[in-house]
Design a protein around this ligand. Structure first.
Ligand code: NAI
Length: 396
């Protein structure tokens, strides 16, 4: 079929298998030139199909020849209806990994559930024996608690008072004011339940209890801080409380891993266009300005560049520097004083009319379409493609 983008707000309802494949190949090729010395060998990635998780899987596999198991929640294709992009990404990654002699298997299901955890543990036991790295890169709007069955919905709201600021509709380029009413205590609890650290801890506890963690095992989860511009809706908002919880959980996990000399970290990553971040108000306008500034300074990175730096210059480097709160920082270039001062200056002057000049809306838009395999260089979108793509190592 011919597949075209069908967008609705900040989501795209279709995805292109060839475009997704090309994106994956570009990331693989980037990493092949940047091997990770003493990198991981047996890796589990939760949230492995898109964004930072996919980049982590590719970096482990192609940077250090690691066997990878990826868990994710993606929609398979049906005749005439394309799959979600993470499905096509995983299919492309596994097909290539198998060609290159790398072990790669996937589990598609709800990673919050006990069933997916048990299935993953069985797979590790059967195929790998143990893992030496767990990357926790899940981003979800909802979670059903595995013990109580309660369903939580996360929200992206400020806390305490209404937040009013500019945002952009990146389809039209219109810069407009939005006001977001503060979240309730229940909203905070729900958001922490979905995006906080409880599930990460459950994963580690169950993996450890099953005896499938190696000595010197490492685990890393991803967080975000960002500037004062986005603070009210991000770091000091409901999602920020979840990130506080995630970061605190790293210390609890590290304690629980002491007997196997294990380590648990949170890495604070850069703001990037992903399916998760495009849903957050204000962030798309911030990212458009940030991209412009970072590209001009020659320090722009995408997910793969970020994760390559995380592995090579942080996690598997000789000296791992942490910030005052014990976190890994790969948002260091985003948060540089000169970068933030320039973004703030642009922010104060940005309107619908000035955005095309002041910001990199085009870059934002291209990245957004790329997430779904569209507007990818080298792909012929007029050509018929088979939407019924299988993931070769997918477990039943
Ligand atoms: P993403 O939307 O690209 O990826 C989310 C992944 O989670 C996908 O693989 C998806 O299949 C999986 N997933 C969602 N629900 C699931 C479920 N119930 N069971 C199994 N898998 C599930 O998101 P992105 O942006 O890569 O986010 C990953 C982490 O990085 C999040 O913790 C996010 O907060 C963090 N982060 C993101 C930043 C950004 O600007 N995008 C910046 C800094 C941190």
């Amino acid at each position: 079929m011919i597949i075209e983008p069908k967008t609705r707000g900040f989501i795209c309802l279709t995805a292109h298998p060839k475009g997704c494949e090309q994106n994956v190949m570009n990331q693989i090729n980037y990493i092949k030139e940047r091997p990770v010395a003493n990198g991981p060998k047996k890796v589990l990635v939760i949230g492995a199909s898109t964004g930072f998780g996919l980049a982590s899987r590719i970096t482990a596999a192609y940077g250090s020849n690691a066997a990878t198991i990826g868990a994710f929640f993606e929609k398979p294709p049906t005749e005439g209806r394309p799959a979600s992009p993470g499905w096509y990404n995983s299919a492309a990654f596994e097909a290539q990994a198998h060609k290159d002699g790398l072990y790669a298997k996937s589990i598609n299901g709800d990673a919050f559930s006990n069933q997916v955890k048990a299935q993953t543990i069985d797979l590790i036991k059967a195929d790998l024996g143990e893992i030496d790295l767990l990357v926790y890169s899940l981003a979800s709007p909802v979670r059903t608690h595995p013990d109580t069955g309660q369903r939580f919905k996360s929200v992206l709201k400020p806390i305490g008072s209404t937040f009013t600021n500019n945002t952009v509709d990146f389809h039209t380029g219109e810069v407009k004011n939005i006001s977001i009413a503060p979240g309730s205590d229940q909203d905070i609890k729900n958001t922490v339940a979905v995006m906080g650290g409880e599930d990460w801890q459950m994963w580690v506890n169950q993996l450890k209890a099953a005896g499938v963690l190696s000595n010197d095992f490492k685990t890393v989860a991803y967080s975000y801080i960002g500037p004062s511009l986005t603070e009210a809706v991000y770091r000091k908002g409901t999602i920020g409380r979840a990130k506080d919880h995630l970061e605190a959980t790293a210390f609890n996990i590290a304690d629980a891993l002491k007997d196997i000399n294990g380590q648990a970290y949170v890495s604070v990553n850069k703001a990037l266009v992903t399916q998760a971040s495009s849903a957050i108000p204000v962030i798309p306008l911030y990212i458009s300005l940030l991209y412009k500034v970072m590209k001009e300074k020659g320090i722009h990175e995408g997910c793969i560049e970020q994760i390559e730096r995380l592995f090579n210059a942080r996690l598997y480097a000789e000296n791992l520097e942490l910030d005052e709160a014990g976190r890994i920082r790969i948002d260091d270039w985003e948060m540089r004083h000169d970068v933030q001062a320039k973004v703030l200056e642009l922010w104060n002057n940005v309107t619908t009319d000035t955005l095309p000049k002041l910001g990199d809306l085009k870059g934002y838009e291209t990245d957004f379409y790329n997430l779904f395999g569209f507007k990818v260089d080298g792909v012929d979108y007029k050509k018929d493609v088979n939407e019924m793509v299988e993931i070769p190592g997918l477990q039943d």
